[in-house]
Design a protein around this ligand. Sequence first.
Ligand code: NDP
Length: 298
Amino acid sequence: MPTLIDGKSVAAELRAQLRQAVERLWQERGIRPGLALLLVGDHPASHVYVRSKAKACQEVGFFSIVEHLPADTPQTKVLEYIERWNEREDVHGILVQLPLPRHIDEQEVLLRIDPCKDVDGFHPENVGRLVIGLPGFVPCTPAGIRELLRRYVGSLSGKHVVVVGRSNIVGKPVANLLLQKTPDANAVVTVCHTGAPDLRPFTRQADVLIVAMGVAGAIGAEHVKEGAVVIDVGINRVVDSVSGKERLVGDVRFEEVFPKVSAITPVPGGVGPMTIAMLLWNTYRAATGEIWKPHEAT
Ligand code: NDP
C-alpha cells in the first residue's frame, strides 16, 4: 500500500516544537521573533497566503506586522518599507509576497532586503550560499520538501531525483538543495522544463519525482516509474464539474498515480503546510542569530 506523505501533520509537529522554542527564547534571552510581511496590490491568492502566514505567526508566539499597500504604490515607497524594517531590531524576518505589480522590479526589491532577514531565501546572497553549499536561508518550499523526504524516504544518496520546473522559488532551489554533498541529500538530480519535448523519458527514470509546474493534472501514471516517490508541489484552483465549486488540485493526477508509487504527497495537505512551517523556522533562526551573518563573515 503506498504511503500518503502527511505534510499537514509534520507541519503541525514542527509548529508545536517551535511554540516551545519561542517560549524558551523569550524566557532565556528576552527575544520574541518578529516577521514583517509586505503585500502590494490585490492578488486574491496573495491575500490568502499573507493572512495565513500572519495567523501562523500569532499561533507560535511571534510578533508580526502586515503592511498592505495599494497596487499603484511606487517602487520607492516599497523600498522605504524594506529599509525601515532592515533597521528595526524587533523585525528579524522580512517577506515580500510575490508576485509584485508589473511596474515594480522584483529583483530590485529582493536585493534590498538585508540577507540576514531574508527568511524566504530569495536574496542573491542566500541563493549563492545554497548553490555553493554554505549556511544561509533556504527557500521555504524546498526546505519543506527536504524535510518530508528526510522523514519519509531517508537517505537520498545516489537516488535519481527528477524535478519538473525551474522556477527560482521551487525548481532551482530544490534541485540545488538535493544535489549538495550532505548526508540528507547527495542525490543525482535532473531538472526538466518546457524545453523538453516529452517529459516521460526523464520522469520515468525518477526514484523521486518532484513536480512544480503549475499545470493541473499534467503528470499521470505514464510519467511515473513503479515504486517511485512523488512530491506534488502544484497548487491549482479548478472548478469541480459536479459541485460547481472551486477546489485545489495538484500537478499530478493523484488517483491514477497513487497505485503505482511507494509514497506520494496529497494536494492539499502535502507540501503546502510545510512551506509556512519552514518560514516560521527560518524566522526563528533569524531571531536567534543561528543563521550566517554577513558582517561576521567579513
Ligand atoms: P512557475 O510558473 O514559476 O514555474 C513553473 C515551471 O514549470 C517552469 O520552470 C516551467 O518551465 C515548468 N513547466 C510548466 N509547464 C511545463 C510543461 N508542460 N513541461 C515542462 N515544464 C513545464 O511556478 P512555481 O515554481 O512558482 O510554482 C509551481 C507550482 O507550485 C504552482 O502550482 C504553484 O502554485 C505551486 N507552489 C506551491 C507552493 C507550496 O507551498 N506548496 C509554493 C510555491 C509554489 P519554463 O521555465 O520552461 O517555463
